[in-house]
Design a protein around this ligand. Structure first.
Ligand code: AMP
Ligand code: MG
Length: 354
């Protein structure tokens, strides 16, 4: 299949292209598009054949449900039933935006879209191109991240092209995304609402709207081996091709330890890389050092993380070490993704020193 690649920076100027993309979706085809979190791979959420095509194009396991994207509040009642009042409060506070709610599904949503579940995950993205496309496609776009299953989610159209060229009808290039990590997923079918995946909308922000919020135990205690309630969270994800290890501890010890490891690995013929804070970057010996952001600047680190993981692949890096970043606020999502990418491998120097 020939994939058409188009650039739309502005929804109004790109109107004709978005009409064409909407037509592709209405006919059951697939279109990748920018959102404020990461690029999405879109298909008509109400068409079971479209959802099957999404799974096939990504190589995604079919028990891993898709998020349905809407562009107006009235459409929520068409795909969800028994919507609790917390859901309206959360939508009011965070939509359009990087927050996904799990609700009971209506009969309109096929099981192919929900991975066989009776619930549906819904989000209204905060991106003018995405909102216009949803509207032109009929109102309901099922869209997981537009990467091959297991790889880091794409933060720019060139990464979508790398993974999906020839497998989908169209890629809409809207430039670099703003946030860089996937949405926060909140299950509002339970009381109190439960965080199934941390994201840009933090626990504290949710608490300000709902009062109490809980966490899916399986996310907090990964070592418990419990199955996460968001099926996608059980898969290895975001992983670069090289082996990644996160190092925790006091700053100087971390830098020294990483330098010892990369020196030894280089001597053994490996190509090494480091994910560093800007403050520490010049201290490392590794062949490739990527700056995630200034220490404590979670927004910058979130925006750069997946891009860095992909760049290590392009640069042929076989062994990667990362500093641990703050795990407060947005840091919860950053560390969740980083540790997943590392297959939970963490070297804890702080324990050894105590
Ligand atoms: P992605 O769109 O690639 O970020 O993946 C969507 C995430 O949402 C995956 O982790 C899914 O398992 C999760 N998800 C989607 N629908 C549901 C649902 N009905 N219940 C729980 N998790 C869901
Ligand atoms: Mg994904």
């Amino acid at each position: 299949m020939e994939t058409k690649i188009v650039t739309v920076q502005d929804a109004a100027l790109g109107e004709n292209i978005l009409v064409e993309a909407g037509e592709i979706l209405r006919k059951g085809g697939l279109v990748a598009f920018p959102t404020e979190t990461v690029y999405g791979l879109g298909g008509d959420a109400l068409n079971p054949e479209s959802s099957k095509k999404i799974y096939a194009a990504k190589g995604r396991p079919s028990d891993n449900p898709l998020i349905v994207h809407i562009c107006c509040m009235e459409d929520l009642q068409k795909i969800a039933v028994e919507i609790p009042k917390e859901a309206y409060a959360l939508a009011e506070a965070f939509w359009p935006g990087p927050m996904t709610m799990v609700l009971k599904k209506s009969p309109l949503v096929p099981y192919e879209t929900t991975g066989g579940l009776d619930t549906v995950a819904v989000r209204m993205p905060n991106h003018p191109v995405a909102l216009a496309l949803i509207e032109k496609s009929g109102g309901f776009i099922a869209a997981p991240s537009a990467n091959t299953s297991g790889r880091p989610s794409p933060t720019s159209a060139k990464y979508v092209e790398e993974d999906l060229y020839g497998r989908i009808e169209m890629i809409i290039d809207g430039g670099f995304v703003g946030i860089g990590l996937e949405s926060t997923i909140v299950d509002v079918t339970v009381t109190p609402p439960q965080i199934l995946r941390p994201g840009y909308v933090t626990e504290r922000m949710l608490q300000q709207v709902c009062g109490q919020v809980a966490w899916d135990e399986a996310i907090v205690h990964v070592e418990s081996g419990k199955a996460p309630r968001a099926p996608g969270m059980k898969y290895r994800h975001y992983a670069p091709k090289g082996e990644l290890v996160v190092v925790r501890g006091e700053n100087k010890r971390v830098v020294d330890y990483i330098n010892q490891c990369t020196d030894a690995a280089e001597s053994a013929g490996e190509r090494t890389g480091v994910i560093a804070t800007r403050e520490n970057a010049s201290l490392y010996h590794a062949k490739v050092v990527h700056v995630a952001g200034a220490a404590g600047d979670e927004e910058e680190i979130a925006r750069n993380l997946y891009d860095i993981l992909r760049r290590f692949d392009e640069e042929g890096v076989t062994r990667i070490y990362s500093e641990e970043f703050s795990s407060d606020g947005l840091g919860q999502a950053i560390m969740n993704r980083l540790l997943k990418a590392a297959g939970q491998r963490i070297v804890d120097l702080s324990e050894k020193s105590s």
